[in-house]
Design a protein around this ligand. Structure first.
Ligand code: DQA
Length: 148
């Protein structure tokens, strides 16, 4: 049976620069490479993959996902450490939410140790580089199937 699930994969500020931005931390894959990895990992499920540098746009997309998605993956980037608005928007969702980071913020500077997103997420994947996106898609599909 084919999977008609829709998974939103939202990416926050500066992730458009992946591949050239601090590659020793974030790796050499571009965001387009990562999108392709997600599409492949999703199989028959549909990936809606987006990036923005603007906090309010992320809020708008999270609200859109309430109606349009069966699961949401978010790399909030720096907004994870600062944004009550993202926390509040994510709390309105009743679908699985996976917080994702390429690096492991807990092993980095102290200002990265707190996330406003974690307490609104079903689970967190961090520290596995671009492969973390594939893990997140697998986790999202597992959660969706558990709920079906
Ligand atoms: C990041 C980690 C954040 O601390 C940082 O601000 C980012 C990227 C990651 O994917 O490792 O921009 O979310």
């Amino acid at each position: 049976m084919s999977d008609t699930s829709v998974i939103y994969v939202l990416n926050g500020p500066n992730l458009n620069l992946l591949g050239v931005r601090e590659p020793e931390i974030y790796g050499r894959d571009t965001l387009a490479d990562i999108e392709q990895r997600c599409v492949t990992a999703a199989g028959d499920a549909r990936i809606v993959f987006r990036q923005t540098n603007h906090e309010g746009v992320l809020v708008d997309w999270i609200q859109e996902a309430r109606e349009s998605a069966q699961a949401l993956i978010i790399n909030p980037a720096a907004y994870g450490h600062t944004s009550v608005a993202l926390h509040d928007a994510l709390k309105t969702l009743s679908i699985p939410v996976i917080e994702l980071h390429l690096s492991n913020p807990a092993a980095r500077e102290a200002f990265r140790h707190h996330s406003y997103v974690s307490s609104a997420a079903t689970g967190v994947i961090a520290g596995f580089g671009a492969a973390g996106y594939e893990l997140a898609v697998q986790a999202a599909l597992t959660k969706v199937r558990e709920r079906a």
